[in-house]
Design a protein. Structure first.
Length: 297
């Protein structure tokens, strides 16, 4: 299970838990008698319809993620449904603010749903890019080798043979220079007659090299994704805490630290997003190279 599937499962569980807590609190408030006049006044100000609508939306978002996070065939439907729910949450917050109704937990489900939408986009990003690439004509890279031994790295003999760095560097440089990614065809010249088993071995070594590179970039993307999610959560919590503590408009050391922490975390979120975008481009190039067609002339 990928980190993206695990995140969707975790978000779905969190949304269901939040909706359950909200429902329990609402029932306690209206079932248990409150003697404090101030609490009674606050209870009267609660919009029951708005509160139950909030709980229903949060629970629906969580159940959808829990039921469908493993079903890749339904991931597009899940994406559209979560988008609709996210817009409903935003509208609910706007209406509650205009109506001066305080919805205690609504900011958190909205953030979690946004993260879920972002996560689904990461799961479908490569598929969309690859469909666009397959519709493009291939580009051709000609390489000249006077010996099949130059295809292999002379230093590495296990656990499997490795591709020569001169070959991989030439392929990588060529793919970087392309204005837009397209399928790759590699034509090898100067080798003369190469037996079929040797041709298959050379193709396997090439494919294994770029499979390793694709996994390397995928692991990097997953680590950066976790970092982005953690920093986003830290920044939101710090900002909300700072805003609540700054209600009376007084400043102290704790508020200063929290505000700086929020600003730093948000800056790191932007930096991490750019790093992931660049890594996605590298991953796409590695995928193109991994399935490149190799011909012997």
């Amino acid at each position: 299970m990928s980190i993206y599937h695990k995140t969707l499962r975790w978000i779905g569980t969190a949304l269901i838990a939040i909706a359950t807590i909200e429902l329990a609190l609402l029932l306690v408030i209206f079932i248990v008698p409150m003697k404090d006049p101030e609490i009674q006044r606050e209870i009267k100000d609660i919009n029951i319809i708005l509160a139950f609508l909030e709980i229903t939306i949060d629970m629906s978002a969580g159940l959808l993620l829990r039921l469908q996070y493993r079903k890749d065939r339904r991931i597009r439907m899940l994406f559209h449904l979560e988008n609709i729910i996210f817009l409903m949450m935003v509208a609910l917050m706007a209406f509650a603010s205009a109506d001066r109704q305080t919805i205690s937990f609504q900011a958190t489900p909205t953030l979690l749903t946004f993260i879920a939408i972002y996560t689904i986009l990461q799961m479908t990003r490569n598929e969309k890019n690859w469909r666009r690439i397959c519709d493009s004509p291939p580009v051709e890279l000609d390489l000249k080798l006077d010996d099949t031994g130059k295809w292999f790295d002379p230093l590495v003999i296990g656990p499997h043979l490795e591709l020569n760095t001169n070959v991989s560097d030439s392929v990588d440089r060529y793919l970087v220079t392309q204005r837009r990614p397209r399928p790759l065809m590699i034509v090898l010249h100067g080798l003369g007659e190469v037996s079929e088993p040797m041709q298959e071995t050379m193709r396997d070594i090439f494919r294994e090299h770029y499979e390793d590179e694709t996994r390397r970039v995928s692991h990097y993307l997953e680590r950066r994704y976790l970092r982005l999610i953690i920093l986003l959560g830290v920044s939101i919590v710090a900002l909300e805490t700072w805003i609540k503590m700054n209600g009376p408009r007084h400043v102290n050391t704790v508020e200063t630290v929290l505000s700086n922490l929020a600003a730093f975390s948000l800056w790191q979120v932007g930096s991490t997003f750019i790093e992931r975008t660049q890594a996605y481009e590298e991953q796409l190039r590695m995928t193109i190279a991994r399935i490149a067609e190799i011909r012997f002339m």
